[in-house]
Design a protein around this ligand. Structure first.
Ligand code: ZN
Length: 320
């Protein structure tokens, strides 16, 4: 396994690259170990499982030592490989949001939902078919619930917005937050001397901007030393990034509203404006990407964000 597949942070947290969709730097599975007990946060897909098992081995963590497999939410880039990974972690419980449990026990709806977004080919090459998790190994955490890990206490917070089935995990000893997609997307390739570049993920189908704003503030107000985002790894400078996320959320919503009545071309129109906004924000951050580099780095996120905003507009329209 290449050395950059494992990133050790000063906090003691390790990011293991899940090689989501066969590519490095897309999805990080975060490993936290205390007194011989381990927790893994987010998984990737079935195809990520060998990478994560190699990562555990490289870190000298026995499979039996993994006590919790935590999926922050049940989008397939975070939870798709959970059932398959659980087969290799004999002592682990799967820690889930109350809204997620049934989708892990019977992943049929999850798979079909993703297939309707991505199509058959992408499902086969990037995701595979999720494996059901035995009900007795599924542990539901409600807002504020705690679980012990070694000498630490882990706390779970309901953080909706990106999805309505999203929690974040907080390590109270070190003020570390494992945020899944709640604190945005911050690819390592976009880090420069000015620090990390962060933008919101508004992917389908439950994006809710007001809740997303609230959840960003909830995490910020914990005053953590570091936040671990699934896409990708550790971020610090929490206040600046929270401000950037609030601005990003407002920009995404404004762009969506501009095209609320666009009809058939709506997703394309939203995507075009999002690309312009993102390119501008990147330039302000000192990152210059060609169109090809932009597509390579952010093309899928852009597409998903546009689709998620269109779904949000539809839901909001239906509710009025
Ligand atoms: Zn994600």
């Amino acid at each position: 396994m290449a050395i950059q597949d494992i990133t050790d942070y000063p906090s003691g947290v390790t990011a293991i690259d899940a090689h989501f969709a066969g590519r490095p730097g897309q999805v990080a599975s975060h490993l936290l170990v205390d007194s011989g007990e381990a927790a893994l946060v987010d998984v990737g897909s079935n195809f990520s499982v060998p990478h994560l098992l190699q990562g555990l081995e490289a870190k000298g963590v026995m499979r039996e030592a993994v006590r919790y497999l935590c999926v922050t939410h049940v989008h397939l880039d975070h939870a798709g490989g959970a059932g398959e990974l659980m087969r290799h972690l004999p002592s682990a419980n799967l820690v889930v949001h109350p809204r997620s449990a049934r989708h892990m026990i019977d992943p049929t709806a999850l798979f079909e939902g993703a297939r309707s977004v991505f199509g058959d080919e992408v499902m086969a090459t990037h995701y595979g078919e999720p494996v059901p998790v035995p009900e007795e190994r599924v542990h539901i955490v409600n807002d504020g619930d705690r679980l012990p890990l070694g000498r630490r206490s882990l706390r779970f917070l309901d953080t909706p917005g990106h999805a309505n089935h999203h929690y974040s995990m907080v390590d109270e000893t070190n003020a570390l937050v494992f945020a899944g997609d709640t604190f945005g997307v911050a690819y390592r390739s976009l880090i420069n001397a000015r620090g990390a570049f962060v933008f919101p993920s508004t992917a389908p189908v439950h994006f809710d901007p007001e809740e997303a704003h609230r959840s960003v503030d909830r995490l910020r107000h914990l005053k953590p030393e570091a936040i671990y985002v699934a896409h990708y790894g550790e971020v610090t400078e929490i206040d600046r990034l929270a401000d950037d996320l609030h601005r990003g959320l407002d920009a995404h919503v404004a762009i969506a509203e501009r095209h609320a009545d666009a009809g058939d071309g709506q997703v394309r129109a939203i995507a075009a404006d999002l690309q312009e906004w993102l390119q501008e924000a990147l330039r302000a951050h000192g990152v210059e990407l060609s169109d090809a580099q932009f597509r390579e780095t952010l093309g899928l996120d852009l597409e998903l964000n546009a689709q998620g905003l269109a779904v949000w507009l539809m839901r909001r329209g239906a509710g009025r």
